[in-house]
Design a protein around this ligand. Structure first.
Ligand SMILES: Cc1ncc(COP(=O)(O)O)c(C=O)c1O
Length: 233
């Protein structure tokens, strides 16, 4: 899940959906095909926002839907009739993104782990959520179905919204945006942006606290990113 990295057991879920004649669709945007292959784990349909890691360089909007021929035939009919298809130029950009996807996902994951480990040592940080940390409740499950932990790190600062805004506003090289999956590191306050439409009760149930900050860790030198985040802590 975005932004806390909660993971479900796709193989177990697929046993339930198959037994009940239900299609299982997985949004794989956060991991990309370089780190997780849901169809091999039993999913019927995989959806990617290719705007995220597959392009990965903030150059175009794109998406992909994968599945059996029978399923994709129905989706092709829909896209042909309604028009949400990619231009030839953007399709080329996405293909160029695929050339470096595996290398980039490894680098995003390595940088994210370094950031998460550093955040754990900070007095102002109450909690760090990163699947690559053994302390994450889904670390073991993620290790079995993914080949890496990806680039999304979230952490909670002491002092709620005010303290979170202080960290976000003090950054100089990070981009303050709700986008993710770019070579450039981005920083977001989920409670007021991506999850801003939830009620307080729904936020509480989803563990979206006011002090929560999400980082989509990019490919910069991680020392520069750490230095930027440390300014407001
Ligand atoms: C996990 C995930 N899936 C899908 C989307 C939607 O992407 P798009 O706007 O390219 O359809 C987002 C956007 O943030 C996302 O984080």
């Amino acid at each position: 899940s975005n932004p806390l990295g909660e993971v479900v057991d796709i193989t177990e879920l697929s046993k339930i959906t198959q037994a009940n004649n239900i299609l299982l669709a997985v949004d794989n945007a956060i991991l990309s095909p370089a780190l997780q292959n849901p169809i091999k784990l039993g999913a019927d349909v995989v959806i990617h926002s290719a705007t995220k890691y597959i392009d990965g360089q903030g150059r175009c909007l794109a998406g992909a839907v994968l599945g059996s021929e029978a399923i994709i035939e129905q989706i092709s009919a829909f896209t042909r009739a309604t028009g949400p298809s990619l231009s030839a130029f953007n399709a080329w950009i996405v293909l160029k993104g695929l050339d470096t996807l595996s290398l980039r996902m490894k680098a995003h994951s390595d940088n994210a782990l370094k950031l998460a480990v550093w955040l754990q040592t900070q007095d102002q940080v109450e909690k760090v959520h990163y699947l690559g940390l053994e302390s994450h409740p889904n670390h073991t499950l993620a290790s079995t179905q993914q080949s890496g932990f990806g680039g999304i790190v979230s952490f909670e600062v002491k002092g709620g919204r005010e303290a979170a805004f202080k960290v976000i506003n003090a950054t100089e090289i990070l981009s303050i945006t709700a986008n993710l999956g770019d070579t450039k590191t981005t920083i977001t306050h989920p409670a007021s942006t991506t999850h801003g439409r939830l009620t307080d009760n729904e936020k509480q149930q989803a563990n979206i606290t006011e002090g929560l900050i999400r980082i989509s860790v990019g490919l910069e030198d991680i020392g520069d990113v750490i230095n930027d985040i440390s300014k407001g802590l």
